[in-house]
Design a protein around this ligand. Structure first.
Ligand SMILES: [Zn+2]
Length: 194
């Protein structure tokens, strides 16, 4: 049986979150997830979106329950970040301190770093003293899960990244490789030569 990955485009039109002129978090997250699904459509991995359509905004509990019921092998949640004031723009890979969370988080971080992104990649364990919020989709999923913040869009430079043609492609390649690396490291799929 092929590995099963739940792909979660964060939020939805009914509950938008981070926003910058021309860059709306949930819309960009939806587009990135559709691109990623497309990029993986010929691979021996089943990718199920948590949002059935663009206008579908399930609760976090519904997203997690679906993945738990399906006994997914991996849960990947895609977000864009915003904060008050200036922060160093970067990608953040957030995972639970559980063993599976560590493995998946390290694999995803390594893959995004290998993609030579224009911005750095920081791995964050949550909950931890450094990052106390226990993120629902990380805490309540029964399978290893990662949440990827693909950049800070409240800054002009961050929003501009998403308007450049190569940044989304770089993200897709990195997340696609990250899913494979995570599934291999978790022993869900066998390591292949090369
Ligand atoms: Zn978000």
């Amino acid at each position: 049986m092929n590995p099963l990955v739940y792909l979660d485009a964060g939020h939805g039109p009914a509950k938008p979150k981070a926003y910058a002129p021309g860059v709306d978090e949930q819309a960009v997250a939806w587009i990135l997830c559709e691109m990623l699904r497309d990029a993986m459509s010929r691979e021996p991995v089943v990718v199920i979106p948590t949002r059935a359509s663009y206008f579908d905004t399930p609760t976090l509990a519904q997203r997690v329950n679906d993945a738990n019921r399906a006994e997914a092998d991996l849960f990947v949640s895609v977000h864009l970040n915003a904060a008050r004031g200036k922060v160093r723009n970067r990608i953040e890979v957030i995972h639970h301190p559980s063993r599976g969370g560590q493995i998946a988080g390290q694999a995803m971080t390594a893959a995004l770093e290998a993609g030579h992104p224009k911005i750095g990649v920081k791995r964050i364990v949550s909950p931890s003293p450094d990052y106390p919020p226990a993120l629902y989709v990380l805490k309540r999923t029964r399978m290893p899960a990662v949440l990827i913040e693909c950049g800070y869009i409240h800054q002009d430079a961050g929003a501009a990244l998403f308007r450049s043609p190569d940044y989304p492609d770089m993200l897709i390649r990195g997340m696609r490789d990250g899913i494979f690396r995570a599934l291999q490291a978790l022993g869900v799929i066998k390591k292949t030569g090369g």
